[in-house]
Write a protein that binds this ligand. Structure first.
Ligand SMILES: C[S@@+](CC[C@H](N)C(=O)[O-])C[C@H]1O[C@@H](n2cnc3c(N)ncnc32)[C@H](O)[C@@H]1O
Length: 753
């Protein structure tokens, strides 16, 4: 049955004020009954009746819940009141919002004790329905908690007569809400984003992370087109090229960064701060991903978005709405009505016809890992300590399945609609553009997510020359006579030629063991692998056009070659993994170790699993160089260097020397932090649209099994000793025992890389 457009409109109207479908559905159903399906009454005054019904429903649920809590704790409290007369109110522990607090009890002082007890015991909010997602879990700043508590106490004092007269703190809250909803006022999120983008005191600058196969210098020179260059084509080994650059003889990438964290470098990754709140992935999500069901939303088209000549990204000026809406990218800091924003699906039992209508209207359900919040669950201390498992920790301790009992604090339901709308983007930072929902949580501080446009595929910024023409793909570069799944062929097709006559993938969609091993080795021990050396290296020239340093070498990398448009196989072909996009349950989270945001997996990942691609703007190195110079200390995500046929005999033009920058346009990979040497992911170049390595995709695969909740990391290849580089490296907090930024007198080269 086609969806009832009126239901859809009602959902849409509620969504616009931050109310998710699962809340709308039962209320709408009731109203339809109540009004005998008279839609006019519901639609009046922009669905006012519906909004009221939802809020009333919430309130009565809260009252119910509060009553339960009161009953449960009554006895204990009596005891506690006699034994323990704590003089100080442990305000900081309290996380209840005023409405709920006000409903707990009519006696303020007593309520307070109850709250204190409850928070001490469990630090969990009462009775939360399943509308909360890990991605919506945000801790209320401490000051706000205090404010809320005070507000609630005053509310209680006056609750007998339910007077309408505004109370001081309520006023404050209202003012805050109004401010947020007032379009003329920047929202709280936007304010902090502004703060981030305006930060000038720091010395952050970007630099491209170089693919280790392709050389070392990072910033491209301003090369006049047509200038004759000589380079040495061919491959020869030249180990110990730069003994002075310990640990990273082939790459050096450095960066300065805005937020050089003051926290000490920790080598023991297990000593992590206990979080105030944690989220729980649904155990049922384990091992599951949407990859298995073959639901593909977008692919088969060119894997590159063209944004030729877009202005404003280089200097961080946000792109206009029209620009955004016409293209795929969606700015993550957007407020209401964002394309593809999803809310939690319904779970209530609702009547038949309505159900069908609603079911058809619903956007895809969130992955199971996103909705497994157990209401009122007690905080399991062990779980909270383990909430964030570092790869080091996991490797060494081989954590048994820890049955994490993660608890969400401060959930969606407690927030005002205004607040919800300002935060709702964190439900899916990909804004519906990936096959999975990617949530974002901050359990440590009140930092907002960075402002950037989420794009699921690379996009050309301006000058980069990327040629996708079908004519370039010859018979040897595709398998036009294949059908179905190329991996099932007894004799591998032409698309396996580049990987030595064998496909890089197993039939389970993982990278083959040997292939993976070699890629890891190339990253960890580049000196052991074949390199090219340019006579005159464009990357070196970029550092200093007057005195060009010698080429540091360009690794001859292993590439994955995937089937593409001219191939006869289907999109489910086992040789099309990266182009199908992200299929794993991932989450952006605030790391506790001073590295800022990071990316973690919400499900166990096997070794060799594709996680995500590094997506960003395709820039020429010259453009990047300009960008870095003009960014003047602005925080920059890490650019990576792409191939430029460095060693070819032809003259390299500016538009041939490419890199990817995810600072202003990027995907989830822009949140992946660096870990020296033993990171749990490795980057592997993937050739999809082009038959050469001029432009390619950079994909991350796991180097070992990765447990759910572990942070995902990769080795940026930074040379922390490269003080000559125009950009300074950040202070590494990776916690690896092989950390290259740690000064150890006896550190040998091999111990570092
Ligand atoms: C690609 S971004 C990663 C996401 C970033 N943490 C954020 O909050 O947006 C790279 C930046 O993250 C920080 N970072 C990444 N790995 C780090 C590490 N091991 N130690 C300290 N900071 C790190 C640095 O500030 C670096 O410039």
């Amino acid at each position: 049955m086609p969806p009832n457009p009126r239901v859809a409109k009602a959902f849409h109207a509620m969504k616009a004020i931050g109310i998710s479908e699962d809340k709308v559905k039962p209320a709408l159903k009731n109203l339809l009954k109540l009004f005998d399906k008279n839609w006019e009454l519901i639609e009046e005054e922009n669905y006012r009746a519906l909004a009221d019904a939802i809020f009333e429903r919430e309130e009565s649920e809260a009252i119910e819940q509060s009553k339960k809590i009161v009953n449960n704790e009554e006895d204990y409290l009596e005891e506690e009141a006699q034994v323990n007369e704590e003089p100080e109110r442990p305000l900081k522990r309290l996380r209840l919002r005023n409405r709920e607090v006000a409903q707990v009890n009519q006696e303020p002082e007593r309520t307070f004790k109850r709250l204190r007890l409850r928070n001490r015991e469990v630090e969990v909010l009462p009775s939360l329905n399943n509308t909360s997602l890990p991605g919506t879990s945000l801790v209320i700043p401490k000051e706000e908690q205090v404010e809320l508590l005070e507000t609630s106490l005053q509310n209680q004092n006056q609750s007998q007569d339910k007077a309408d007269s505004p109370q001081p703190n309520t006023k404050k809250l209202r003012a805050e809400s109004q401010e947020r909803s007032d379009p003329s006022q920047p929202s709280a999120v936007n304010k902090s984003q502004q703060k981030t983008s305006l930060r000038t005191e720091s010395n952050s600058v970007s630099h491209p992370m170089r693919l280790r196969d392709r050389g070392k210098g990072t910033l491209s020179p301003q090369i006049p087109s047509g200038e004759k260059r000589s380079s040495l084509a061919g491959c020869h080994k030249e180990p110990n090229l730069q003994p002075s650059i310990a640990g990273l003889p082939k790459q050096k990438t450095t960066t300065g960064h805005v937020l050089v964290k003051e926290e000490p470098v920790t080598y023991d990754a297990s000593k992590l701060e206990v979080p105030s709140a944690v989220t729980q992935p649904d155990p049922s999500s384990k091992g599951e991903s949407s990859s298995g069901n073959g639901s593909i939303r977008e692919n088969n088209g060119p894997d590159l978005l063209q944004f030729m000549g877009e202005k404003g990204t280089a200097d961080g000026v946000p792109i206009s709405n029209e620009t955004r809406n016409n293209g795929n990218p969606a700015m993550v800091s957007d407020a209401l009505g964002a394309k593809g924003t999803r809310f939690h699906s319904l779970n209530g039992s609702v009547g038949s016809q309505f159900d069908e209508e609603v079911a058809l209207l619903q956007e895809p359900k969130l992955p199971p890992s996103c909705d497994g919040v157990d209401d009122g669950m007690q905080l399991n201390k062990k779980a909270s300590e383990n909430f964030c498992v570092t790869d080091e920790e996991n490797k060494e301790n081989d954590l048994e399945d820890t049955n994490f009992q993660h608890v969400v604090v401060s959930q969606e339901r407690q927030l005002t609609p205004e607040r919800i709308s300002s935060l709702h983007d964190v439900v899916d930072i990909a804004k519906g553009q990936e096959r999975v929902v990617i949530t974002l949580v901050n359990e440590f501080n009140d930092k907002s997510p960075p402002s950037f446009f989420y794009i699921p595929k690379n996009a050309v910024f301006q000058n980069a020359y990327v040629n996708f023409s079908l004519a370039r793909i010859g018979d040897n570069n595709c398998c036009s006579t294949c059908s179905g799944d190329c991996l099932s062929l007894s004799l591998p097709c032409a698309c396996s030629h580049e990987t030595g006559g064998e496909f890089a993938y197993t039939s389970d969609g993982l990278i083959k063991e040997e292939f993976l091993k070699e890629c890891i080795s190339m990253n960890r021990d580049p000196e052991k692998h074949c390199q090219y050396f340019c006579k005159e290296c464009p990357l070196e020239r970029s550092k200093n056009e007057d005195i060009v340093g010698s080429c540091k070498g360009h690794l001859v990398r292993k590439f994955i070659k995937e089937c593409w448009l001219k191939c006869g196989c289907n999109i489910q072909c086992g040789n099309r993994v990266v182009q199908r996009g992200i299929s794993r349950n991932l989450q952006v989270f605030m790391t506790p170790g001073g590295k800022g945001w990071g990316l973690r997996t919400l499900e166990d990942l096997p070794k060799g699993a594709f996680v995500c691609e590094y997506v960003g703007e395709v820039l020429t190195n010259a453009e990047l160089y300009d960008r870095v110079r003009s960014s003047k200390g602005e925080e920059h995500s890490y650019p990576v260097l792409l191939d430029a046929d460095w060693c070819s005999e032809v003259v390299l033009k500016d538009e041939d020397a490419l890199c990817l920058d995810a600072t202003y346009y990027g995907n989830v990979a822009r949140f992946i932090n660096h870990r020296c040497f033993d990171s749990n992911m490795v980057e592997i170049p993937v050739e999809v649209e082009t038959p050469d390595h001029h432009y390619y995709h950079l994909a991350f695969f796991t180097t070992r099994k990765v447990k759910a909740m572990e942070e995902l990391t990769w080795d940026y290849g930074i040379d922390f000793d490269d003080h000559d580089h125009p950009v300074k490296a950040f202070r590494c907090q990776c916690g690896s025992r092989f950390c290259r930024s740690v000064k150890r007198p006896s550190r040998s080269r091999s111990s570092r890389r």
